[in-house]
Design a protein around this ligand. Structure first.
Ligand code: C5P
Length: 407
């Protein structure tokens, strides 16, 4: 994930500067191109030469060096990076950054950069806790600077407390998290697309206090809505009763019965893709009782049932506003793929995601899923994965399909 990323590493003048050498090695192992700038104080702790031999590039130290400026102007230096990383961020460097000082090459590059900045503070505990440092920290965080650490423990000065540079691998982890979050934020192939997802069970009223339902948790459908929204789709989730919170960035409509779910789906059209994950109750009461049915000694009531509308089949059969891609789910306890293929033909949807919910698989209501994707001409067996991983993979497939609809 870090392969070919460019980091401008600003090394501050603190005793923890020597740890930046290990950091450079760990970043380089992961394919990062590291270019380093050292403050004058940093060069009292480690030499520019050792930094250069680990980065494989010249180490920059002087703002007014004719050679440095001729090779690489300080503005270019500050811009030719994906991330500016300050390790160790001393109290003095943090103060300069918070105030916008440009006294030397390091602070000038930090002021001139238009790239994200991450700091790993390191200093004596009293310096860290000083109101001035805490004030500077708040300013920097308000400016969008990302922070990793400091940790707590024995400090080089002999005192104990907050102010230890974060572990090198924690800094590498923070860099990885930063880049994966950025990648997610910019990788949105479904921008401009509309998605409709049904999820959860439906409740079919028997009387005002009783209902027919099933064990669907809604987790898979919610994860799919979230994954589609994360790829940029304008997503509507039509959910039966669940205990799950509304997913972020998804327009969630809560319904109770199959008929309400169908009406909400129709109201949400047009859509580029519809994913019917809901475990819709097959039957409802022919005549729901408006009053609670009383147990009055006459034996159990007989419940007359009628079939519910099939939402997946209804959406697949729309003429003018049929979603370009209609996907159904098939939870089966045997002959999973064969039944799914038959279901695809019968309901006239484009894809079926089939899964085995036979007793003992633990899938119904669980967090994992093993699915097969059944399309017009292929069956793909996906390996067991979490419901969110299945959702992300399906959302990617949807994005690929909508980019180039199959002939
Ligand atoms: O027929 P079966 O319930 O096994 O089909 C499952 C698929 O059909 C799921 O995608 C489910 O959301 C959808 N379905 C529906 N409306 C129904 C019954 C099932 O949308 N009434």
């Amino acid at each position: 994930m870090l392969q070919d990323k460019r980091i401008l590493l600003i090394i501050g003048g603190g005793i923890a500067a020597y740890k930046s050498l290990d950091l450079i090695r760990r970043l380089r192992e992961r394919g990062v191109r590291v270019r380093a700038v050292m403050t004058r104080a940093a060069a009292e702790f480690i030499t520019p030469l050792s930094v250069a031999s680990l980065t494989g590039e010249k180490t920059y130290t002087e703002l007014f060096s004719l050679t440095d400026e001729a090779e690489m102007g300080h503005i270019r230096l500050s811009r030719e990076a994906d991330l500016v990383l300050v390790v160790p961020a001393t109290a003095d460097l943090m103060a300069s950054m918070a105030n916008g000082n440009a006294r030397d090459l390091a602070t000038t590059a930090l002021l001139a950069t238009d790239k994200p900045v991450m700091i790993a503070p390191s200093m004596n505990v009293q310096m860290w806790l000083h109101p001035a440092t805490q004030r500077n920290l708040r300013t920097l965080e308000g400016d969008g600077v990302v922070r990793v650490g400091p940790g707590s423990g024995d400090l080089a000065c002999g005192e104990v407390g907050d102010g230890r540079l974060a572990d090198v691998m924690d800094i590498v982890g923070a860099v990885e998290t930063f880049f994966s979050a950025t990648a997610r934020a910019t990788d949105r192939p479904l921008t401009g697309r509309r998605a409709l997802v049904t999820a959860g069970p439906t409740h079919e009223a028997i009387d005002p206090v009783r209902y027919i339902a099933n064990r669907s948790s809604g987790k898979q459908g919610y994860a799919i809505a979230q994954a589609l929204a994360a790829l940029g789709a304008e997503t509507t989730l039509i959910s039966g009763p669940t205990t799950l919170p509304d997913p972020a960035n998804v327009f969630t409509v809560r319904v109770e019965s199959a008929r309400e779910m169908l009406a909400a789906c129709q109201a949400a059209l047009p859509a580029d893709v519809a994913v019917c994950v809901a475990a819709v109750a097959d039957w409802r009461m022919a005549d729901g009782s408006p009053q609670k049915i009383k147990k009055n000694g006459g034996g159990p009531p007989s419940l007359k049932l009628v079939e519910n509308p099939d939402i997946l089949a209804t959406l697949s059969a729309r003429s003018n506003d049929r979603p370009g891609l209609v996907i159904g789910f098939a939870a089966e306890t045997q002959n999973v793929v064969a039944y799914a293929q038959a279901k695809r033909d019968k309901k006239k949807c484009d894809w079926i995601v089939a899964n085995d919910v036979s007793p003992g698989t633990g899938i119904m209501g669980g967090d994992d899923n093993t699915v097969h994707l059944v399309t017009a001409d292929a069956v793909e067996d996906w390996p067991p994965a979490s419901k969110s991983a299945v959702a992300e993979r399906l959302a990617r497939r949807i994005a690929d399909y909508l980019k180039e609809p199959a002939a």
